[in-house]
Design a protein around this ligand. Structure first.
Ligand code: HEC
Length: 82
């Protein structure tokens, strides 16, 4: 029973967060992916705005509001607590 749970859980847990996939596909174009634990949720919110502007500078399609929200949700979940 326990063994089955251990095997099954990581399979469906993986990729279950749309924000994580977006983060990994949209945030590694100009630099390596930063560790979500590097900043607090409040700091991530500001960084996302800065990166949005940087994407504009190289004429990369900007994140939609929904995409930004999903990425922020993912980052906040794994962010530094304080
Ligand atoms: C258009 C290119 C570009 C994209 C795409 C991009 N960044 Fe950045 N990012 C930069 C540049 C330029 C810097 C500053 C120089 C450096 O650290 O390489 C930077 C630096 C950072 C830093 C360090 C703090 C700072 O402001 O210097 C963080 C954290 C960061 N980016 C997060 C992200 C996240 C999260 C995403 C996805 C939403 C993202 N970046 C997407 C260009 C980009």
């Amino acid at each position: 029973m326990t063994a089955a749970l251990l095997l099954v859980q990581p399979l469906w847990a993986e990729n279950s967060d749309p924000g994580e996939n977006l983060y990994k596909s949209r945030c590694d174009m100009c630099h390596q992916l930063p560790d979500p634990e590097m900043l607090t949720a409040g700091q991530w919110k500001i960084v996302l705005q800065t990166m949005q502007k940087r994407m504009g500078h190289i004429e990369m399609p900007p994140l939609s509001l929904g995409e930004r929200q999903k990425i922020l949700t993912y980052l906040s979940k794994h962010a530094r607590r304080r």
